[in-house]
Design a protein around this ligand. Structure first.
Ligand SMILES: Cc1cc2nc3c(=O)[nH]c(=O)nc-3n(C[C@H](O)[C@H](O)[C@H](O)COP(=O)(O)OP(=O)(O)OC[C@H]3O[C@@H](n4cnc5c(N)ncnc54)[C@H](O)[C@@H]3O)c2cc1C
Length: 435
């Protein structure tokens, strides 16, 4: 039997004929020419959708990691595509730079994060894909192409969020910033206050987000603000090393599977145990360099759905989603997460030409998610939502054609670069409407 490949949550599994780990762009190009289809490239396997699943070939760029080049004046860096964001942080920092924004975790490969439009939060701040200024792509035929705003601009605009459907990125150039430190503050606030003042909270901090357990009438807000205060180094835990809070949360999740009627009280308890009341104090927060400040450890596994909706309808959409989750009768324990992402010009970016709020819904990995997510997805769609490509959704080509003005242009380019659809698995055939 072939080696099994699994995503982070364990719900997507694949038994490919071969898992290939090229160590150079030449080896990658050679592999692409002969690999058995479907040929799927994996990052760190942190997508919840079946993007990487293949019975043919899975390509891993684990051996293509590191910084190739940088420009300290322009604050740009040329990175091997398999580098993880976690490894990239210190490499950039040692050269006086930091990424403009990051998401909740930093385990993803840079190309994997770019490939789905992975994002953090912050007014005026785009996704990680929007920070890409160029890349090299190895096509299904093994040809190597450069893409930037001036060289193959259509490929650049299509390829920055393309889920490995146009080819495999071998290297990526990113726009960064001079290294900067962030102070983390926040705490509990009444959720109605947060929703009523959401734009002021957003504008007052470089990064603002909140978590809301739907059964609680308080939300947990988190701010990261740029500061000149001296940053303290952060000791990162090993992968999977659980904290006391992780253990408590896991226990709560396990208990609520068997005692679902406790989900309301548990959610209220978890909120009240989540720190100080943010309006009652202005104590200074922890100060870290940006690459240490952004990521959290996520040791309790879950599945997730996230949609980007127009920023101005975010509060109404969040209220409706939470109300649905409270009354649908389905057991769940994770909070909603609410973030801001700036508009960009990437053809299949969920933020294409639209300042957005992203709202995500999670379900513990030991519990089924389909019914919970189906009800929430219907609400997201009514708010003109666009799904995160790496998070669960049930949309098909005809739906995407209505969401993305450049959908047909993307599909045409994809067909030209990979006429035999060797890079598409069953999930992506559904996405692109290819038989
Ligand atoms: C615990 C957790 C927290 C998360 N937090 C966030 C968050 O804060 N914000 C957010 O937006 N998302 C978040 N995500 C989702 C995650 O960032 C995305 O799904 C991301 O794409 C995963 O990156 P990866 O390296 O694991 O790539 P994979 O999941 O392995 O692959 C993602 C896509 O990228 C493609 N790809 C990979 N490498 C290449 C390459 N070299 N060239 C071309 N295409 C390539 C793959 O084919 C696939 O289509 C989170 C996921 C988890 C599990």
């Amino acid at each position: 039997m072939s080696e099994v490949w699994s995503n982070w949550s364990g719900w997507v599994k694949a038994w490919p004929n071969a898992i290939i780990e090229p160590a150079s762009e030449e080896e990658l190009a050679d592999a692409m020419r002969v690999a058995q289809a479907p040929v799927r490239v994996a990052g760190s396997g942190h997508s919840f959708t079946a993007l990487v699943e293949s019975s043919g070939t899975i390509i891993s760029l684990n051996k293509m990691s590191g910084l190739l080049d940088h420009d300290s004046t322009k604050h740009t860096a040329r990175i091997k595509a398999g580098t993880t964001i976690r490894d990239l942080g210190p490499m950039l920092f040692d050269r006086g730079m930091g990424l403009a924004n990051q998401g909740d975790i930093d385990r993803q490969a840079v190309a994997g994060a770019v490939g789905t439009g992975t994002h953090g939060t912050g007014v005026g701040l785009g996704s990680i894909s929007a920070a890409v200024t160029g890349f090299r792509l190895v096509t299904a035929a093994g040809d190597v192409m450069n893409a930037s705003a001036t060289e193959n601009p259509d490929l650049f605009n299509a390829g920055r969020v393309s889920m490995g459907s146009l080819g495999v990125m071998s290297e990526i150039t990113m726009q960064a910033l001079p290294a900067y430190a962030l102070e983390e503050t926040g705490g509990r606030m009444p959720v109605e206050t947060v929703l009523a003042q959401v734009e002021e909270l957003r504008d007052a901090h470089r990064h603002f987000e909140f978590f809301w357990f739907p059964y609680s009438d308080e939300a947990i807000v988190k701010f990261l603000s740029e500061t000149d205060t001296e940053a303290k180094p952060r000791r990162r835990r090993d992968d999977g090393a659980e904290t006391r809070d992780d253990k408590i949360f896991r226990l709560a999740c396990d208990v609520s599977i068997y005692l679902p009627f406790l989900r309301g009280p548990i959610q209220k308890y978890l909120t009240s145990a989540s720190g100080r009341y943010s309006l009652s104090t202005d104590e200074p927060g922890r100060v870290r360099w940006s690459h240490d400040a952004f990521p959290s450890d996520r040791n309790n596994k879950f599945n997730e759905m996230e949609y980007a909706v127009p920023a101005e309808v975010g509060p109404d959409c969040a209220r409706e989603v939470a109300a649905h989750m409270r009354k649908c009768g389905i057991n769940f324990l994770f909070p909603l997460e609410y973030r801001y992402v700036a508009a960009d010009d990437i053809w299949l970016s969920p933020f294409y030409q639209r300042d957005s709020v992203t709202i995500s819904v999670h379900q513990y990995h030991r519990q089924p998610y389909a019914d919970l997510f189906a009800g929430v997805e219907a609400i997201f769609r009514r708010y003109q939502g666009r799904p995160h490509w790496g998070k669960l959704h049930t949309q098909k080509a005809r739906d995407f054609a209505t969401m993305y003005p450049r959908w047909d242009d993307f599909c045409k380019l994809r067909g030209e670069l990979d006429p035999q659809a060797r890079l598409l698995n069953a999930h992506l055939k559904d996405v692109f409407g290819v038989e």
